[in-house]
Design a protein around this ligand. Structure first.
Ligand code: SF4
Ligand code: SF4
Length: 386
């Protein structure tokens, strides 16, 4: 389905759900639709990123196919997300070519590998690739420190810049329906929801699918954060303390990297396993396959990173390091167009949700002036005049 068709069908499904409301409390989507009487195109972009594909609702729903209503929120929202990644990503032409394509990561990895191999051979020859390098600065005998810093610095700017542009476009759509301001406490609440992966942990009616996904998501999320901390610490060691890699196994850089890598290995494999077990009937369609591609790409980065650690004192290190850096380069290059970007849009949707939730709480706590109270107040003021 095209984006327009998905949006039209989404509005129809949300009207049915708003009348039914059986799934109230399952996730943030259900409260967000309760606060609306009608749905705009931009509301659909908002709701799509509030859904995290737990599939609670579709397991409970009596109106899924073969019922004529054909209700299936996770499938609808995953299709929408996939189209929205293309719509908000920058540059648009590249986004159309790369987003939603399962083989993008592999193609970019192979191209990166060929390019990196050419640089290794061009600068250090076969000795750089195949010799046994040990001691401080061993990695830089394969690819120079300056080359690595410029290349991966540029890729970092590319993916963070891509995320920032996509986030600005998405936020522009989210805030266009309201004049209410976002307060710091809305951001705090949204951050707490994001860190706890709230709504992802309810017991599912089918095989504890949802609760497993919560733990695997946690493992990937916190594993990635630990690996990011390890890389940042390595930069401090290298540029501030002037101590070059590789570091001993007990060094915090390596320890953080190992724990983070193991987290990603467990989380990404677990997510692939739960996806394969959950079957296709209720699956999220296109987004589900790009989710699988993303899990595989994380898994490859983690596995090759672990292999670098295991074989860093052997002559295989040069080849393994080149393969690992190719997977990292591909992950960075495709980050604005892959499922990776969901984390940015979901966080912004949660900020908007926290803002709406606060507004709803304030409205509920506001003292109500009923017609009877107005009448009584009139009577009292008349009596006072007499
Ligand atoms: S998903 Fe089905 S059961 Fe849940 S609110 Fe919508 S129509 Fe009702
Ligand atoms: S699949 Fe889960 S997160 Fe998505 S709308 Fe249904 S209950 Fe909410």
């Amino acid at each position: 389905m095209s984006l327009d068709e998905l949006v039209t069908d989404g509005k129809r499904q949300m009207q049915v759900c708003n009348a039914c409301r059986y799934c109230e409390g399952y996730c943030a989507v259900w409260r967000a639709i309760e606060w609306r009487r009608e749905f705009s195109d931009k509301d659909m972009a908002y709701l799509a990123n509030l859904c995290h594909d737990c599939r609670e609702c579709v397991f409970a729903c009596p109106f899924t196919t073969p019922h004529e209503f054909g209700i299936n929120p996770p499938k609808l929202f995953s299709g929408l997300r996939e189209e929205l990644y293309r719509r908000y990503a920058w540059p648009s032409g590249l986004a159309k070519a790369l987003a939603g394509n399962k083989s993008t990561f592999w193609v970019v990895s192979v191209i990166s590998f060929i390019l990196l191999l050419a640089v290794v051979m061009g600068t250090n020859g076969t000795a750089g690739l195949l010799n046994h390098h040990t001691g401080t600065g061993a990695f830089y005998k394969v690819l120079s420190e300056m080359f690595l810093e410029i290349t991966f610095g540029a890729l970092g700017i590319w993916f963070v810049g891509g995320w920032v542009i996509g986030a600005a476009r998405y936020w522009n759509d989210l805030k266009s329906r309201t004049s209410a301001r976002v307060l710091p406490r809305d951001v705090r609440r949204a951050t707490s929801y994001a860190l706890q992966l709230r709504y992802l942990g309810k017991e599912s009616q089918e095989e504890n699918f949802s609760i497993s996904r919560k733990w695997f998501h946690h493992a990937v999320f916190y594993g990635f954060l630990l690996d990011f901390a390890s890389t940042s610490l390595a930069a401090i060691y290298s540029h501030v303390l002037h101590v070059q890699a590789p570091y001993p196994v007990y060094n915090p850089v390596v320890l953080l990297g190992i724990v983070g890598g193991v987290g990603i290995l467990i989380g990404a494999s677990g997510l692939l396993y739960t996806k394969s077990k959950s079957g296709s009937a209720n699956s999220g369609g296109k987004d589900n396959s790009s989710g699988k591609a993303f899990s595989v790409s994380l898994l490859l980065v983690a596995v090759t990173g672990m292999l670098v650690l295991l074989f860093r004192d052997t002559s295989a290190m040069g080849v393994i390091l080149t393969v690992h850096l190719s997977t990292v380069a591909s992950l960075f290059f495709t980050a604005p167009y892959s499922k990776f970007v969901h984390f940015v849009y979901r966080y912004l949707a949660l900020v908007r949700y926290a803002q709406e939730e606060r507004a709803a709480e304030e409205a509920a706590n506001k003292p109500r002036v009923t017609p009877a109270a107005v009448k009584l107040r009139g009577k009292i003021s008349k009596r006072n005049e007499i």
